[in-house]
Design a protein. Structure first.
Length: 41
């Protein structure tokens, strides 16, 4: 799921960019898990 959306390969060239990309990846992954849980129980 993460690989198909490109979430597993985020790039951050600065320290702030690295933190934001990890935060964004965690948020997207959590939303996808919750959507899957609601859809399939």
């Amino acid at each position: 799921m993460k690989r198909g959306l490109g979430v597993g390969q985020m790039q951050g060239w600065s320290e702030q960019g690295a933190v934001v990309s990890v935060t964004w990846a965690a948020w997207v992954y959590a939303v996808l898990l919750l959507a899957g849980y609601r859809a399939w129980g």
